[in-house]
Design a protein around this ligand. Structure first.
Ligand code: 1GP
Length: 250
């Protein structure tokens, strides 16, 4: 079974999925591996691994260490074409459709495609949309692209619908890692009402209430990174997983 089918099954069977983002630049592989095991134990459905840039650690070493310590899907969320390794289960094959920077719309993808093929990685075509969050995030700066204004839900919906018509299989609504404000619920609802493909939402989600509200608004998958890095408490992690799954079944 493909990883994409696994994601569809999570949506179908659990109502919503909870994903943890592991940033290999912030932690050593052994620390990430330990966290991966904890995430699985707490009930996370999958792990994303990647970051806007990588200064400190080897990407493939980090992914291999994480894979050794868990059996849930490990999906690359690449900050660029350099973040690819056959150690992972799949890659979000992202196009930054909220921006108009050709490098991130198609340039990086042309560089990455032959490598993805050679590595035998499953590529999940993903429309990646930045939504403004109140502060300037790393992804916004690095990608040199403007986010969609957070008070323009119809504009967001039109981007997502275009992605669906272009054949993309997933939408990722992103406020940016460590965002002051997560993606607003009315924008999620607007996008949900226009597209059928799964909707992933992340950036600045720090509480069980916030995570549940995103699901209630129409998100299928919730991604949390920073809050889990900042709070190692197992009950916090398990609480987030439960909140997402409970909201999914309502
Ligand atoms: C970033 O959406 C993810 O790409 C997660 O964001 O680190 O703010 O949870 P946080």
């Amino acid at each position: 079974m493909t990883i994409y089918q696994t994601l569809l099954d999570i949506r179908q069977n659990r109502g919503a999925g909870f994903f943890v983002l592991l940033d290999p630049d912030n932690e050593k592989p052994a620390v990430l591996a330990k966290r991966a095991g904890k995430c699985q134990q707490a009930g996370a459905d999958a792990l994303l691994i990647g970051g806007s840039f990588l200064l400190e650690n080897s990407f493939s070493e980090a992914v291999a260490a994480v894979k050794r310590n868990c059996s849930i899907p490990v999906i690359i969320f690449p900050g660029g074409p350099g973040q690819l390794t056959g150690e992972a289960d799949a890659v979000l094959f992202l196009s930054l459709i909220s921006g108009r920077n050709p490098q991130h719309l198609i340039g990086d993808q042309v560089t990455a495609a032959p490598l993805v093929k050679r590595l035998g990685l499953e590529a999940i075509p993903t429309g990646y949309m930045l939504v403004s969050s109140g502060n300037s995030t790393t992804v916004e700066f690095i990608s040199n692209s403007k986010p969609i204004p957070r008070d323009k839900p119809k504009l967001a919906a039109a981007h997502a619908l275009a992605a669906q018509y272009l054949g993309m299989k997933l939408i990722y609504l992103e406020a940016g890692s460590g965002a002051d404000n997560s993606v607003p619920e009315n924008l999620i609802t607007a996008v949900r009402s226009w597209v059928d493909i799964p909707l992933m939402v992340g950036g600045g989600i720090r509480s069980t209430q916030d995570a549940a509200q995103k699901v209630n608004a129409g998100a299928d998958f919730i991604v949390v990174g920073t809050a889990i890095e900042e709070n190692e408490d197992f009950s916090f992690l398990a609480g987030l997983c439960d909140a997402v799954h409970e909201a999914g079944t309502r």
